[in-house]
Design a protein around this ligand. Structure first.
Ligand code: IMP
Ligand code: MG
Length: 178
């Protein structure tokens, strides 16, 4: 689908303020530290890297990579894991770090899978929340921005692997037919 050039939604200064606020809340909520952050690749890696440098508690970091069948912007109910966690999380406080929650199927799958490891607690932090598109109910404990149903890129988010390195969060519009 042809898209317009990215248009600015949240600039880097706004993002940085929001990330710092989230980090402050998380640091307050886990005063003892020993938190395991699990980042969902690829999109959330930029958010994770900024977030951890604003935390003032010790954390461990791990990564998962999830793929949903079907391509493009349409999420599918069928999610599979292509890279699993490597740190044991049994009995630990765990926080999933995601870039954007859309239909909710990805997080529904990951929450269930990680619950099976019997963490002490399991919560979700997502920079962006596209509530209007939700198909399964997901409790997001820390949200950076509530956003409308628009396709977003930049700050880790991509379309067909493009635009991840943009420092701002932008939206794409479908080009009108020529
Ligand atoms: P869900 O399973 O539908 O909640 O899908 C979540 C995943 O879809 C996110 O982790 C993103 O990788 C991707 N996604 C959803 N919306 C967008 C968007 O607006 N821009 C880029 N990726 C998106
Ligand atoms: Mg993602």
């Amino acid at each position: 689908m042809p898209f317009s050039q990215p248009k600015l939604l949240f600039d880097r200064t706004t993002i940085s303020t929001t990330v710092r606020d989230l980090a402050k809340r998380i640091s307050q909520d886990y005063p003892g530290g020993n938190l395991v952050l699990i980042c969902i690749l690829k999109g959330a890696f930029v958010f994770l890297s900024d977030l951890i440098r604003c935390l003032d508690i010790p954390v461990e970091i791990d990564f998962v990579r999830l793929a949903s069948y079907g391509s493009g912007q349409i999420s599918s109910r069928s999610v599979k894991i292509t890279k699993d966690i490597e740190i044991p999380i049994q009995g630990k406080d765990v926080l999933i770090v995601e870039d954007i929650v859309d239909t909710g199927w990805t997080l529904e799958y990951l929450m269930e899978r990680l619950s099976g490891h019997h963490p002490k607690s399991l919560r979700i932090c997502s920079l962006l929340n596209k509530e209007a598109r939700r198909e399964v109910s997901i409790q997001i404990d820390y949200v950076g921005f509530a956003v409308e149903d628009r396709f977003l890129v930049g700050y880790g988010l991509d379309v067909d692997e493009k635009y991840r390195s943009l420092p701002d969060i932008c939206y794409l519009e479908e080009d009108p037919a020529p």
